[in-house]
Design a protein around this ligand. Structure first.
Ligand code: CO
Length: 134
């Protein structure tokens, strides 16, 4: 069921500064910052040969990453995103095995215009997992 690693997300205080580090130090290809008000974040995507890095900066009062940055003031790995062929089949299979889906349990449109879901970190080795339909 589990497919490719789509991206690793890193929460940061300032995506522009973080993107500049990846660009200057690593010579990486970085996108422009994209505000995503419906997700409470501004994102920058860094394209690597085999996957992507998603930099996340809080946007607005109710940002889902604000508390994470309070606990991790220097930033840190926030989630990993795995691809699945069919997000509803994947969700039902995971729920049948006791995994908890965050939110209302329905897939939402993610940063790439594809349906995504998040899974409770306590069920997956302390790591927040995003599933994205491939
Ligand atoms: Co993500």
């Amino acid at each position: 069921m589990i497919g490719k690693l789509n991206h690793v997300a890193i929460a940061v205080r300032d995506v522009t500064k973080a993107a500049e580090v990846y660009h200057r130090v690593f010579g990486a290809q970085v996108s422009d910052p994209m505000p995503q008000p419906e997700h409470g974040v501004t994102t920058v995507f860094i394209t690597l040969p085999n996957t992507k890095i998603e930099l996340l900066e809080p946007l607005g009062q109710a940002s889902p990453i604000a508390r994470f940055l309070e606990r991790n003031p220097d930033g840190g790995i926030h989630h990993v995103c795995y691809e699945v062929d069919d997000i509803e089949i994947a969700r039902d299979r995971l729920k049948a095995q006791g995994a908890r889906v965050l939110g209302d349990g329905h897939a939402k449109m993610g940063a790439h215009g594809k349906p995504v879901l998040f899974l409770h970190p306590k069920d997956f080795c302390g790591t927040l997992i995003e599933l994205e339909q491939a």
